[in-house]
Design a protein around this ligand. Structure first.
Ligand SMILES: Nc1ncnc2c1ncn2[C@@H]1O[C@H](COP(=O)(O)OP(=O)(O)OP(=O)(O)O)[C@@H](O)[C@H]1O
Ligand SMILES: [Mg+2]
Length: 283
């Protein structure tokens, strides 16, 4: 597969901040091509600062960041880096640039001076991928939050990036918008093979990832498959996070019923574990 992003002892201090207290502190991280990584961590742990290193919006104070093997300090390759890694942010309103949906999605590829048919093909592909094709002639500002966010994602997809980094893409959305956006992101990863790095505060979204990274004070505190990370409920709590609801519930019950399994992740698994417990206790 190969690595999409690699950091080596990545350290970052914002200009004017004291150098002794870096926001990112010697981070070694490799993100494999085609993977879906969720990044968690309490407020101020450095998640957004890390994400901005992945398409050279910020450059390391010390250490290295490679995007598809390109060193992000290589100014001559900035365009190549930005073409490989697209960014989606929290507020969909700030990401819409044109009045009509299809014009919005066409905006970035048009700036690449592609042939007109190629731009049109990319716009259609991108809007279909996020399930917004039938809205192509709609006014962008009249869409719901979840629809706007999917249009913003389509705008990135139209650039044909290999990797997409999303910084709390669902934070401003209602539950329906959150579900729609997550579904679009998962499809990008599973059907289109695009590497996804998604920062989120929602544990149920992180459950869908292949890998969960928990940040704490500029370092990686936990890193592993969701099942393994969310089984470490005590540690998560100390880092200011809670496991997804089914896992948290079973974790609390395990104090009384230690025979419950430690690695419950989904609702279905919690139901199964509780049924087994009831059958046993009722005997
Ligand atoms: N432009 C900036 N200048 C100086 N310090 C900054 C700047 N942006 C962020 N910081 C500081 O860097 C640290 C990490 O911030 P960052 O935004 O990366 O955290 P985060 O994990 O994304 O938090 P949140 O969950 O609130 O989005 C915080 O202490 C923050 O105050
Ligand atoms: Mg942030």
């Amino acid at each position: 597969m190969g690595e999409m992003i690699q950091t080596q002892r990545l350290t970052y201090t914002y200009p004017g901040s004291p150098a002794g207290d870096p926001v990112l502190n010697r981070i070694d991280l490799t993100v494999e091509k085609g993977s879906f990584v969720a990044i968690l961590g309490h407020n101020g742990s450095g998640k957004s600062t890390l994400a901005k290193q992945f398409n050279a919006v910020l450059l390391p104070t010390d250490g290295k960041v490679y995007v598809d093997r390109i060193d992000t300090v290589d100014e001559g390759r900035l365009f190549d880096i930005r073409q490989r890694v697209g960014m989606v942010f929290q507020n969909p309103d700030n990401q819409i640039v044109a009045t009509i949906v299809e014009e919005d999605v066409a905006f970035a590829p048009e700036n690449l001076n592609l042939p007109r048919e190629e731009t049109a093909a990319r716009v259609e592909y991108a809007l279909r991928t996020v399930d917004m094709w039938e809205y192509r002639e709609h006014q962008a500002h009249q869409l719901s939050g979840g629809q706007k966010q999917r249009v913003a994602i389509a705008g990135i997809i139209a650039m044909k990036p290999r990797c997409i980094v999303l910084d709390e893409p669902t934070a401003m959305l209602d539950p329906v918008g959150r579900r729609e956006t997550l579904a679009a992101v998962m499809r990008l990863n599973r059907e289109e093979g695009i590497t996804v790095i998604m920062i989120t505060h929602y544990m149920n979204e992180a459950v869908e990832a292949d890998r969960v990274i928990v940040m704490d004070r500029g370092r990686i505190a936990m890193d592993g498959p969701p099942r393994a990370v969310f089984a470490r409920a005590g540690e998560l709590e100390r880092l200011g996070l809670e496991a997804p609801q089914p896992a948290a519930l079973i974790h609390r019950l395990r104090r009384r019923f230690p025979q419950l399994p430690a690695d419950v992740l989904t609702e279905a698994e919690a139901v199964e574990a509780l049924s087994a417990l009831l059958a046993e206790v009722g005997r």
